[in-house]
Design a protein around this ligand. Structure first.
Ligand SMILES: [Zn+2]
Length: 429
């Protein structure tokens, strides 16, 4: 299997199965209910793990929760920890309801502060960081590869942090921030005084705490390439750790469509989207775009996804057929080549219309979509008995009775399809 890597700008082959393939995908900053775009890195990470498991890999997923951040302080002055805890619970609940299971680890920044302090101390000892007035900054000039991941020219880097004369160099970024008592109601003791970690350092530390200094895949949204991931690379590689082998960045979700044009700034949370459309259409919607490309969200595309799901649910109405050899390999080839879900989805539709029930069930299951168990799809005995009585009624040309029995069968959730000299019972969509 191969995946596109942002760092080398090329498709990179994964190690052969069973791997392992260890993945770290950046998670949300928790200060409100997460919007539907935040579900994309989660969904892509969970699907990749699911596919790797299905193809004989040992795969793990770590997804962090950023529960120390300016956004949280701003959103809940004086009660930031309570808000972070509540919003973490929302995120876990909303992502669990996607029905994909959960990552192997969900580390929170607040639980790794001592390890973060140790990591920063090591950077200082090596000359890659320096402390000033209770803050600690990474010294970008000490890491010559800086800018490689995001393709920035090292002399044009801007961190997006507030201008700060304490920095030796405007390109330097914060590893530790001194507590500002007027706006920040949480802090931790450190060798540099009371304060809290910067954002980027938590992911270097938590990834390495769980996986050690090297692992296979680091994921997250494209908006994280710079500065977040560029800074993670600098922090870890400055200490000589190989860190991630492949950088997999998902494209962003864009709100479009009718509603968007009426109200600028229209967004939807994961919760609202699940409540309105249910999980299967949401998952199918994410399958429609390649994970690296942007994806457009609107009521119109969700309606189309819901229609697709209705089609899949009616798949068992298509007479069962036995696929030729090579069908599953075709599906696997699409996913093994940079995880091409739009192509996989097209193959699933072709299986649906061809009546390849078992393949369809197995293929959909990779993506958390469950059809009724094929083995258990036969009609119950009472439905079968009604169908036999109807068949007999038709045999004696009692079409009134036959129609009455058909209605009774339909009321039980089945449909009779007549064939020459016989009939077939299929579940009603
Ligand atoms: Zn991160």
């Amino acid at each position: 299997m191969r995946l596109y890597d942002t760092l080398t700008r090329s498709l990179v082959e994964l190690p052969a199965a069973p791997g392992p393939v260890r993945m770290y995908v950046c998670g949300p900053t928790v200060y409100a209910r997460a919007h539907i775009g935040n579900a994309r890195p989660f969904v892509v990470g969970m699907w990749l793990r699911s596919w790797l498991h299905a193809t004989g890999y040992e795969a793990q997923l770590v997804h962090n929760i950023t529960d120390i951040n300016d956004k949280i302080y701003d959103a809940a002055p004086g009660a930031s920890a309570e808000l972070a805890a509540r919003a973490t619970a929302w995120y876990l609940e909303d992502t669990a309801d996607l029905g994909l299971g959960m990552p192997d680890h969900l580390p929170r920044a607040t639980e790794s502060v001592p390890e973060i302090v140790t990591f920063i101390e090591e950077l200082i000892v090596r000359g890659n960081a320096y402390a000033v007035d209770g803050d600690v900054y990474f010294r970008v000039a000490s890491f010559p590869e800086y800018g490689r991941l995001s393709g920035q020219r090292p002399d044009q880097v801007e961190q997006g942090e507030e201008p700060n004369l304490r920095k030796e160099d405007p390109r330097d970024f914060a590893l530790w921030k001194a507590n500002k008592p007027e706006t920040e109601d949480t802090w931790w003791e450190s060798p540099w005084g009371r304060g809290r970690p910067g954002w980027h350092i938590e992911c270097s530390v938590m990834a390495e705490e769980i996986y050690g200094p090297a692992f296979e895949i680091h994921g997250g949204g494209l908006d994280l390439v710079f500065p977040h991931h560029e800074n993670e690379v600098a922090q870890s590689r400055a200490l000589g750790h190989p860190f991630a082998q492949i950088w997999a960045h998902n494209g962003m979700l864009r709100f479009t469509g009718e509603k968007m044009s009426k109200s600028a700034g229209y967004t939807a949370t994961i919760r609202e989207t699940l409540d309105k459309w249910r999980k299967e259409p949401v998952l199918l919607f994410f399958m429609t775009a390649h994970w690296r490309k942007p994806i457009d969200f609107s009521d119109e595309v969700m309606l189309s996804a819901a229609t697709q799901w209705a089609g899949f649910q009616g798949a068992l109405r298509v007479p069962h057929a036995v696929p030729g050899s090579g069908e599953w390999q075709r599906f696997a080839a699409a996913l093994n080549d940079d995880f091409n879900t739009p192509e996989a989805l097209a193959i699933l539709h072709s299986w649906r219309s061809s009546g390849y029930w078992e393949l369809l069930r197995d293929g959909l299951r990779i993506f958390g979509l469950e059809l009724p168990d094929v083995a258990g799809t036969g009609p119950p005995d009472d439905v079968d008995e009604l169908a036999q009585r109807r068949q007999a009624a038709r045999g004696r040309a009692d079409f009134g009775e036959a129609d009455r029995l058909r209605a009774q069968i339909e009321a039980l959730g089945w449909e009779v399809q007549d064939a020459p000299g016989s009939y077939r019972l299929v579940p009603r969509p």
